[in-house]
Write a protein that binds this ligand. Sequence first.
Ligand code: ADP
Ligand code: MG
Length: 693
Amino acid sequence: MTQNSATEHPPFTLPVTKCKGVGPRTELILRNIGIATIGDLLYHFPRAYLDRRDIEPIASAQPAQQAVIKGEVTSIRLSRPSRRMNITQCVVKDGTGSLKVVWFNQPYMRRSLPRGTKVILSGAVSDRRGIQMENPDVEILSDGEEVSLHTMRLVPVYPLTEGISQKQMRRLVHAALKEFSTFAPENLPKSIIEGMRLVSRRDALRGIHFPEATDEIKASRRRIAAEEFISLQLCMQASMCYSTGTGIAQNSLPRLTAVFESRLPFRLTDAQKRAIAEIFRRMESPTQMNVLLQGDVGSGKTVVAACAMLKSVENGRQAVLMAPTEILAEQHISSLRGMFGGTGVPLALLSGSRPASEKKATLELLASLRPCIVVGTHALLRDKVGLPNLGLVVIDEQHRFGVSQRAALHQKSIAPDLIVMTATPIPRTLALALYGSFASIVLDECPSGRRPVVTRYVHESERARMYKFIRESVDCGRQAFVVCPEIGEECDSGARDIAGVSGMFTLYMKVFPQFSVGVLHGRMQPEERERTLSRFRAGEIQILVATTIIEVGVDVPNAAVMVIEDADRFGLAQLHQVRGRVGRGQHESYCFLMGEPSTEQAAKRLEIMTSINDGFQIAEHDLLLRGPGEFLGVAQSGSPKLRVGHLARDIDLLQEARKIALAVLGSDPRLERLENGPIRLLIGKDQPGPVHL
Ligand code: ADP
Ligand code: MG
């Protein structure tokens, strides 16, 4: 997928084949790493730099330092001191002397560096067996090479794909810069560039690829991060539509709230009471309410939202609760039905797969302006759905929605009050920077009886032991979840995932013939899903094998064992969510993480899961671990990509960008002013007009 073309102008939109050196073969290879246009190529940034500014004469290479030398291979041989180890030894000489170079367990070196090869080596010098360089990076110099690109400078190191080498990539980027960067249109207004002391876009592109000095890398990255953050903030601010202006004062006397509270099967926690009081106060005020309600999984956000919706109904308004998946919407409606029984409040569900007659009835209810509560999925956003009497919008699992979807809901009505709930807590600093205009309310206390889940990594070789543990737990009356990964969204999960979950289902049925094993995934009919879940709730199913559709909301206190298969394939936030399905009753609960992490990051994630139970702490780690932009799902939501800007590291810049975005939209909401032309380019708008995604 090409990344820039949507928001760019020529020359950035030109196909990459316009660049010198890119033929049909290279074009295909580049496509693998998302490069289709000149813009994509210029925005394919180095992941690191090698400092090759100072090539040292061999004679002065000292032990215990990093050195870069340039010379010619005079001899090379491979030896095998033991079965496990082989050593490639080579001697490299320059005009000042010669140096022994060794590589451990890289036997292919011998063939790639025949005698006479001219090389640049950078690596550590030791004096283990006389002075020698160990495992250096190698760059082979061919005759007549534009030496200046690959040596004697800060050399960019790019993310690559099969079929293209570092050197080729450097040459391509260099050629593209030379030919096209002069015409790079500026996408930030002069006032911002000056105010933030940024370098120009052209200089930043050159400086990030082929910097003259380390300072230049910093300045260039800062400039590009600023672009990314400003466009992210513009889109977020604009599409949240929080008008700080007038909303609805929902302040009629409460009639039902007390009944509602007294009918709950539990007592509200103090945190819940505080949150409800705060939300009520804001709903009563004539200013539109924007609340970010955060709480760890299981902290009981739903009942807080239910109170707020009830208040809206008492005020003669309609309230909607929007959930990211059908299964979660179904879960919500069934728990709301439980909570609202006896209050007489009309409740309805609107989701894609309900029967047409039911949908029609719900739409009529909404159109009738009668006070009611409607739970729904994206179906609530369809054009046909009118929401003329909306008093409150609650968005659950906010991170799963695209910004544009939120905007669509908001545009349907006059400024209703808004609560966004997130189960992936957002670290405080980031919440401030992204949701600064929201009042943040935190449920910092879980209902009593909730306990930390004992979490262990289980190696494949210990699978049998784990089965034994499950058997004993189920024999004691507990239930277990088995969760398998699922790629993509519920609606378009591929056959592969279904195969995955069916395979696991078969396996668990074989292993536990004495128990009732069930299966749950997104491709099942809603009724069947509902039936399976209620059988699990009722204890008729003892082991439930499921995809991550159970990740949110599903609530079965008797389930005390969670097995996560291929846990290395899940993100941290998701692992925490999934784990949150257990530890909800009075029983000690366990979570077993299976799978072989193949990357350092995956291993780190599993390690964090086994040592931390607190969602807020996990979120902090998540933010640091994940690549820029992945956190919060901003990557999927259609808002700008963050390639350089890092939500955790660059928080100051993010704050600055927020102020700028607010100022720009405050003074020129339709981006009509001449000086804001570059901003339109930045967010891909051809014409002036209201900003949304
Ligand atoms: P989350 O914040 O993860 O969305 P939920 O709102 O789904 O949490 O609540 C999780 C479970 O805790 C539900 O079964 C709910 O009925 C229960 N619950 C909520 N508040 C309390 C409370 N104060 N005491 C006991 N159980 C509660
Ligand atoms: Mg929830």
